[in-house]
Write a new protein. Structure first.
Ligand code: UDP
Length: 309
């Protein structure tokens, strides 16, 4: 296959580039490097099946030649980034999705959308199945991401129904691993960076809010299976093992051998109180479930943070 990955220089995008190159495919990464980094894909340039295009995906996309799949993974993805780049976040989810869908249609390619558990907002049901419509504040600070992704899902379904193109809508739950930006503001990189520096670990609120964390290699396996499936409706991909943010802070402190204090800071606006994927659909239809235990994934991530300090 020849595959285009928007956001290919980002955390998840770069792992996807690597996976599909390893499988013998040709991969083109497209990225404007707003939150992505060439360091993430540096090792791929020696592969003659890899190409990189520096482009903002909200502008008209021209890619010469055949394409079998367009994977739209470009977007800021951390609440801190949404605050810094609210309009680029809206644009890449809305206008960027439109451009990427137009390209997929033109090439007769399968389109995959990196959607998100944020489409469920601050959910009132736990765990969240794909059939749940969500509880989202459209005008809050996270609304720029949540609503852009909801629009993107609507757009992908419209292209599927109206233009009959194949779409894959992947709802990604919290994912962590190597190549996360240390300064991206999310819990895992913040806690690891703070613990390794012996600085206070900043838990927001009282730390009783929950998340369910999926290690990057498990997510990539799920993506690979979803792409090859015939499922055009949304599929949750995430790890259903739920823990509180306080537990996460304590686990990371333990694994780093740090003596950092845990301190409490105000909870950001609209911070979801609970989040856990119902992965029945992925289990049954993709024969997928996560394999990497939290402690093992965190150890690998901590090693990466130490090596790239
Ligand atoms: N969080 C925290 N301390 C930090 C960063 C994040 O307590 O330094 C909390 C955040 O308020 C949220 C959870 O950790 O409740 C996960 O946040 P993250 O930014 O990783 O992702 P989210 O799931 O909110 O998109």
């Amino acid at each position: 296959m020849r595959i285009l990955i928007t956001g290919g220089a980002g955390f998840i995008g770069s792992h996807l580039c690597e996976r599909f190159l390893d499988q013998g495919h040709r991969v083109t990464a497209m990225d404007n490097l707003l939150t992505g980094s060439l360091a993430n894909i540096e090792s791929l340039f020696k592969n003659d099946r890899f190409t990189f295009i520096k482009q903002d995906v909200t502008q008209f996309i021209h890619v010469p030649g055949r394409l079998d799949a367009v994977l739209h993974f470009a977007s800021p993805a951390s609440p801190v980034d949404y605050a810094h780049y609210p309009i680029p976040t809206l644009k890449v989810g809305a206008l960027g999705t439109h451009k990427a869908l137009g390209l997929a249609k033109d090439k007769g390619a399968t389109f995959m959308l990196a959607s998100t558990s944020e489409v469920y907002g601050d959910p009132e049901v736990n765990p969240q199945p794909e059939s749940y419509w969500g509880h989202v504040n459209p005008i809050g600070p996270r609304g720029v991401y949540d609503e852009a992704k909801r629009f993107a899902e609507a757009m992908a379904m419209a292209y599927h129904r109206f233009h009959k193109i194949q779409v894959r809508i992947l709802r990604i739950f919290n994912t962590y691993g190597e190549r996360m930006r240390k300064q991206d503001g999310r819990a895992v990189p913040n806690f690891i960076t703070q613990a390794l520096a012996g600085k206070p670990i900043t838990v927001y609120g009282d730390g009783s809010q929950t998340r369910s964390l999926c290690y990057i290699s498990d997510l990539v396996d799920g993506i690979d299976r979803l792409l090859r499936s015939g499922i055009n409706s949304p599929v949750n991909v995430g790890n259903p093992q739920e823990l509180t943010i306080r537990e996460l802070a304590e686990t990371i402190r333990g694994l780093t051998g740090s003596r950092s204090k845990i301190i409490y800071k105000p909870l950001p606006v609209d911070d979801p109180k609970q989040r856990r994927p119902d992965i029945t659909l992925a289990r049954n239809k993709l024969r997928w479930s996560p394999k990497v235990a939290l402690r093992d994934g965190l150890k690998r991530t901590i090693k990466y943070f130490l090596e790239t300090r």
